[in-house]
Design a protein around this ligand. Structure first.
Ligand code: GDP
Length: 302
């Protein structure tokens, strides 16, 4: 199983080194720990928060060895994720109480894995017996529409597309209409994420939402922001920009198979208080996982 194992062990190995030959957790150890977390892309503010908590805990215990320090770090990270509601969700079921199709809008900068994530999502939903309709509203990037169509063929899911350079909001409208008319369970709409013009991005996303709401008031139910986990702090910066442009209800963090820096998930979850819902761990259709807090924390430490 291709998974998160690339990051496995790295933090624990470093902690072991940091406490080697030490008889207690002193400032030196804490400084080292701080560096370990920052270089694991946890982010400075979140790292300082974690270090404060660890300092308070070892204050009482005085001596802790690598194993204990590892355990404490484990617990603090898990509790941080809890506070930010990144707890286990069944990301592949429709929440209860939804009238009509469940509508997801997927946003994110080009190249982060948006289309791939939508493809993987449709396969998961389809496997659960849901009827899925995809909307190819990323009409800006040359290959995006074709790529989504390909995923649709591969997963046996209908794709509503009108080609390139068409107004994305008209595609989003058609996709929701198609989904409602054909009694679909889930509609997933892809979008273009051109961050270089924030006002445009905001306007475009609002327009897309408004056009979807003309068909089904109250949609989208979910706005998923896709971030490339291998880009570390850059992903965190992108998240910051997108939050200004639109409301985001959940995160999908991709490419965690190729990085030892899964720490970015902790920093992002802590800064934005938005649950991490999905994790991408490869290019294949099966390489999408619903976020599992403890599994994730384990994978960071080994
Ligand atoms: P988009 O521009 O955001 O729609 O990005 P794409 O879906 O086209 O993905 C960009 C590249 O990232 C493609 O080569 C994907 O196969 C790859 N990719 C997407 N998700 C993952 C992942 O979780 N792990 C890895 N290793 N590659 C991924």
């Amino acid at each position: 199983d291709k998974g998160l194992e690339k990051s496995r062990g790295s933090i624990f190995d470093k902690i072991t080194k940091a406490v080697a030959g030490k008889s207690k957790v002193d400032d030196d150890v804490l400084d080292n720990l701080e560096e370990i977390l920052v270089t694991s892309d946890v982010g400075v503010e979140t790292t300082l928060k974690i270090i404060d908590r660890i300092e308070a805990r070892v204050e009482k215990d005085k001596y802790v060895d690598a194993q204990e320090l590892n355990q404490i770090l484990h617990e603090e990270i898990a509790s941080l994720l809890d506070e930010n509601k990144s707890e286990d969700v069944d990301g592949f079921s429709i929440p209860e109480g939804i009238e009509g199709p469940y509508v997801m809008l997927v946003v994110g900068v080009n190249g982060v894995g948006k289309t791939t994530t939508i493809g993987k999502l449709s396969a998961k939903f389809k496997a659960k017996g849901y009827k899925v309709v995809l909307g190819a509203a990323d009409t800006f990037r040359a290959a995006a529409v074709d790529q989504l169509k390909l995923w649709g063929e591969r997963t046996g899911v209908e794709v509503v597309a009108k080609g390139m350079n068409v107004d994305p909001s008209s595609v989003a409208f058609e996709a929701v209409k198609k989904g409602v008319d054909s009694n679909a369970d889930i509609i997933i709409v892809d979008t273009a994420g051109r961050l270089h013009n924030k006002v445009n991005l905001m306007n475009e996303l609002s327009k897309i939402k408004r056009s979807m709401q003309k068909v089904a008031p109250g949609v989208p139910h979910d706005v998923i922001l896709v971030l490339d986990g291998s880009t570390g702090q850059n992903a965190q910066n992108q998240a910051r920009e997108f939050m200004k442009a639109t409301e985001v209800s959940g995160l999908a963090i991709t490419k965690l198979d190729g990085t030892a820096k899964g720490g970015v998930v902790i920093g992002i979850s802590d800064e934005f208080k938005i649950p991490v819902k999905y994790i991408g761990v490869g290019e294949g259709v099966d390489h999408l996982q619903a976020f599992r807090k403890m599994e994730f924390v384990e994978s960071l430490f080994g």
